[in-house]
Design a protein around this ligand. Structure first.
Ligand SMILES: Cc1cc2nc3c(=O)[nH]c(=O)nc-3n(C[C@H](O)[C@H](O)[C@H](O)COP(=O)(O)O)c2cc1C
Length: 302
């Protein structure tokens, strides 16, 4: 029996490690790379209705604290790019979660319908992008908006809907509203709005000035968010933020995540999934459980 197998409201994965949206996933060729890297489910780049070029460079910088700052600007090929990516993942026999962004209810609906037509296994509503105005965090930080949007999408399509939220004062409330509206689970968290300034030129490093902080520095914040949402709702949670080892994944699972997504570290280490799985196998052995699902939320019970 596969002890790493997990289940999220009907979405079955051979192990808990997916890629995070935006770490490849906008083109079919990216899917090949993600599948070879061992991810159990493929998460696409966020697709919007119309193609977006994103911001001019520099759009991503590595910081000296091990984190990254990015402002890609949701660059993606638009709605017509969805089917080729889904088809490629299906050809590999992998579940595929299509990430969807938009600046209006009708755009979210239209792109969700397209993702269903393309036979996405699930969709992930990106209500958390911290650096594109009107396309993310401003939606996800308004619990009533989250409720309305999720309710509409859930009642329009039959594909399971996950909701990705970002750091904001009302993250717990927004997660509750997403679940109340019928989401199959929540994805916590996106990058955190941040900034870096070049001390020689005196200018912000990113062309967009602001960006999203990712990588190890955000992990404790993501763990806190997962812990609190699990404590409140005991719901299916996908944890994301700063994972760079099996220990980080174990921490997310203990906090209440059933699955995780790995982003920034994959830019440096293409073997990370295999390393994580090896560590998790040993960790399960130490705990003497027959399924990793038995360890989900354990930190709330000890
Ligand atoms: C270059 C880059 C592009 C990203 N693009 C998206 C995106 O299109 N949609 C989305 O929901 N999150 C996007 N994210 C956020 C990641 O999915 C993830 O939530 C975040 O990076 C935290 O995980 P990490 O610390 O493992 O990178 C992006 C992150 C990076 C670094």
């Amino acid at each position: 029996m596969n002890r790493l197998m997990i289940e999220l409201n009907g979405l079955k994965l051979e192990h808990p490690v997916m890629n995070a949206s935006g770490i490849l996933g906008s083109e079919p060729e990216h899917v090949d790379i993600l599948v070879n890297a061992g991810f159990s489910g493929i998460v696409t780049k966020t697709f919007t209705k119309n193609p977006r070029n994103g911001y001019p460079p520099p759009i991503i910088v590595e910081l000296d604290n091990g984190g990254y700052l990015n402002a890609v600007g949701l660059a993606n090929p638009g709605i017509n790019g969805i089917c080729p990516v889904v088809e490629r993942a299906r050809r590999h026999g992998k579940p595929v979660i299509v990430s969807i962004g938009g600046s209006s209810l009708s755009e979210f609906i239209e792109v969700s319908i397209k993702a269903e037509e393309c036979r996405a296994t699930a969709i992930e509503l990106n209500m958390s992008c911290p650096h594109v105005k009107g396309h993310g965090l401003d939606l996800g930080s308004d619990p009533s908006m989250v409720y309305t949007l999720v309710k509409e999408v859930v009642s329009t399509i039959n594909t399971p809907v996950f909701v990705k939220l970002g750091l904001c004062d009302k993250i717990i409330e927004s997660a509750g509203k997403a679940l109340e509206a019928g989401a199959s689970g929540v994805v916590l968290i996106n990058t955190i709005r941040a900034m870096a300034i070049d001390v020689y030129t005196g200018k912000p490093v990113l062309s967009n000035k602001y960006g999203g902080l990712s990588g190890p520095p955000i992990k404790p914040i993501a763990i806190r968010a997962v812990y609190e949402v699990y404590r409140e709702y005991n719901a299916p949670i996908i944890g994301v933020g700063g994972i760079s080892s099996w220990r980080d994944v174990a921490e997310f699972i203990l906090a209440g995540a059933r699955a995780v997504q790995v982003g920034s570290v994959f830019m440096k280490n293409r073997r990370i999934v295999y390393e994580i799985l090896e560590g998790l196998e040993k960790w399960i052995e130490i705990h003497g459980v027959s399924s990793i699902m038995d360890l989900v939320g354990l930190a709330h019970r000890v």
